[in-house]
Every structure is written in C-alpha cells, then in structure tokens.
Design a binder for this molecule. Sequence first.
Ligand SMILES: [Zn+2]
Length: 306
Amino acid sequence: MKKLTYLAFSMFSIVTFAQDVSKERIQTVLSTLASDEMKGREIGTAENENAANYIAKLFKENNLEYCTGNSYLVPFEYKGKTAYNVCGIKKGKADKFLGFSGHFDHIGTSNNPKDNIYNGADDDASGITTLVGIADYFKNKKPEFSMVFMAFNGEEKGMLGSRAISTDKNLDKIYNNMTALFNFEMVATESAFGKNALFMTGDQFSDLDELFNQNAANGLKINPDPYAAQQLFYRSDNVSFVKKKIIAHSFSTVDMTKATHYHNESDDVKIVDFDNLTQIVNNFGKTLEKLSPSNFNPQYNDTVKF
Ligand SMILES: [Zn+2]
C-alpha cells in the first residue's frame, strides 16, 4: 500500500508539474526585461538592443526556428538606423499558425530625481514574458498549431515595429497561414474580473473569445473589453494585423480604473502579481494544447473596420 501511494504520488507529480512553467522562470524573464540596466528599453538605445538580444537568447533556449534569414532579429529602419523586432517559430503538427506577440520597447528615462527609469514591468515586459512562457511551455512538445512568437519594437513611438514586421514580405508564408494573433499588452496585475482572467479588445468583432473559452483549461477566462469606448482594438499592435484581415486581438489584465502606474516610473516589478501571471501562462499553454485547426478557426463579423 505504501509503495502504491508513493508510486501514485510520483506519477501525479510528473503529470502535474513536468510541463509547467515555473514562477521563478516568469520572475527571471520579467525582472531582467524590467531591470534598471535596461533603462526603459527605448527604441534607438543600446539597452533596447540588449533587450532584443535577450529575447533572442530566450527563443534560442526554446529551440525556436528563425522566422526569416539567419537570426531571430528582424531589422527595420528607425530614424536612419537599424532597429529590430524579434521573431521565432515553433513548428506544430499543422501548417496553420497561431501568433503570440507583445512589445519589448518602453519609454526610457525621465528627470525624476527619485526614480528616473521607466522600467515598464507591466507595459510590456509582462506581455513578452507571457509569450516567452508559452514558448517555454511547448519547448519539448509538438503543438497542434504551428506557432510564431513576435516581440515588437517601437510600439511606444507609434506601433512602428509591428507595422514594419506585418508588412515584411519575407514573413508572408507565415501570415498567409495565420489563424489568429494573440497580442499581450499589460498582463502583470489582477484584472477587474479577478485572477486567472484577461479581457480581449474588440471582442465584439470576432468569435475568438467564445471559441477559446469553450476549450479553456483550469477556469482561465477571456472576458469582453470593459473599456470598449477607448477603442484599444484599433490602438494596439494587433491593428497592423487587423489591416491584413488576420484575426488579431490584444489581451490584457490592466484595470484602467486604478492603473496609476501606466507610463509612470512606478511601473516596476513590485506591482507584478507573479502568481497570477504564472497561472495565466500555464493555463494558456494547457488551453492551446487542446486547440487545433478543426476546433479553432475564429472569424470576424462584418462590424470590424479593416
Ligand atoms: Zn504597451
């Protein structure tokens, strides 16, 4: 009996924990991106490029393939210089892609004598950590969908990186097969809907949320956009892909009624709910394991403006 219990327990451990992304990993990735050394990751700075290289290193650890060329770094022009988006691919059983994105740039530094670094822990180190976490989750698995992971640059200067990479012809082979893009923007805090929950911008434009929620693991819930009047659907990086008629929404947990840290020096790791973020990442992974081209093919309705 003792033996059996031990065996049952160890099997339980393997099943429960082997595939989970640890809270420590989530903390490491987010804290590195939001560290003072990154000086707010503003596009055009050396620290912005350090952040791009760090994300490329994480993609390499996850055995992702290049999206194009011989690097995860996908160049575009910014003020006469080269800036980079970061892009990696995970091949699944199907040729159809799901995309996962966020922006790694932030707004640099200020003259505040108390704290002059905009660390951007929530905006949007949390989004990058989420997509890296999903890549982690599938490191030793073959998902149904193929997956593309994109870390955009230059969002804070007018969504420059997402616009550049969305119009990069070298990636058309991916875009032509893209079923949907999940863009993560500020997911560090508990949402107005509670823990283990996000909201989706432009939820009225497609059935992605319904299809996702039907398969959602462990109570993970995608809620309607409570701030629809702010038109965030048309004001985030997803919009470059909406223009290509790809199903593309942004996903967030930010409570706009109390998020005083938005574009403030106080957007620091201390505001991050790492337990909630870790739970969201793992439940996203578990949900994505269940999604395939046969049960997940979201469509826009005719109210969306391309
Ligand atoms: Zn942002």
